[in-house]
Design a protein around this ligand. Structure first.
Ligand code: SAM
Length: 266
């Protein structure tokens, strides 16, 4: 899979992709990440990428021409001819649809993702109309530029690519995961050892068994795997109920889960 990031600050990405999972994935050839400086696609002495907004108002706007020239130099198909199962062009924008784990899964199926990073007051809207397939936002807040958003998308998508995580189950059995093995039947306690099914992850512990007076929950050291599964599932339900109750509406819940949530006061 290949990512191409278009930005006026290509050096911004020197850091985020040099560590851990992303750097290993790139070194193993599982993902390619190209950075492209929009100023290289300007034709004036000052390498101008921005201009004043029509209609007046605050700040400057990122011009359309360098962005079109940069995308066209990559050999990406024109918007009308693009095969959406193969490649996509995304504009990072606070006005976009929310980037979620399910969008990450969708993007992980593609061969190529082009990410356009805005700056200033934003990007000339013709980029959105004529070049980008969609606008994505990484959350309900305004950032100074699209670079952090692009790095977030590259990270979240890359870890879903086959072979990137040592243990393929890690990406299935974690927060927002939709592992099909989660439920045996709607009456049973889930068989698998995780939150999953659209819930947040359960709490994790490692040694020492007691830290600053707080012991690891007894059940985790007891070796009773059914009891551990039940404890983990209930903690995942509890955490989701407390921190993200909105996720429960879409989660795969067993009858046991529903009873447990009712006892919590849902
Ligand atoms: N005037 C814009 C607005 O009110 O929506 C904000 C522009 S922001 C200062 C500059 C650039 O940062 C945007 O063009 C976009 O690329 C990026 N950006 C800001 N917030 C973002 C978010 N939540 N998700 C993704 N990109 C964001």
């Amino acid at each position: 899979m290949r990512f191409d990031i278009l930005t006026i600050f290509p050096e911004f990405f020197d850091g985020p992709f040099r560590y851990g999972v992303l750097s290993r994935a790139a070194n193993a050839g599982l993902v390619e990440i190209g950075m492209h400086d929009l100023r290289a696609f300007t034709h004036d002495r000052h390498k101008t990428v921005d201009d004043r907004p029509f209609g007046g108002g605050e700040g400057m706007v990122l011009k359309a021409e360098p962005i079109f020239a940069a995308v066209e130099s990559l050999g990406v198909a024109a918007k009308a001819e693009r095969d959406p199962r193969r490649e996509t062009v995304i504009l990072l924008s606070a006005q976009g649809r929310r980037f979620t784990q399910s969008v990450a899964h969708e993007l992980a199926q593609l061969e190529r993702v082009v990410l356009l990073c805005g700056r200033y007051e934003g990007v000339d809207e013709r980029v959105n109309d004529l070049l980008a397939d969609r606008e994505l936002s990484i959350g309900d807040y305004v950032l100074s530029g699209g670079e952090l958003g692009a790095a977030v998308i590259v990270d979240a998508v890359t870890r879903l690519l086959p072979g990137v995580l040592g243990n393929a189950d890690s990406a299935r059995f974690e927060s927002f995961g939709r592992a099909d093995a989660a439920l045996d039947s709607l009456d049973e306690v889930p068989r698998s050892m995780h939150g999953s099914g659209g819930l947040l992850d359960y709490p994790h512990y490692t040694r020492p068994a007691e830290f600053r007076g707080v012991p690891v929950p007894e059940v985790l050291a007891g070796g009773d795997h059914a009891a551990i599964r039940k404890w983990r599932r209930e903690r995942a339900l509890e955490k989701t109920f407390r921190n993200r109750p909105d996720l429960l509406a879409e989660a795969d819940l067993t009858r046991h889960d529903r009873d447990f949530l009712e006892r919590l006061g849902r």
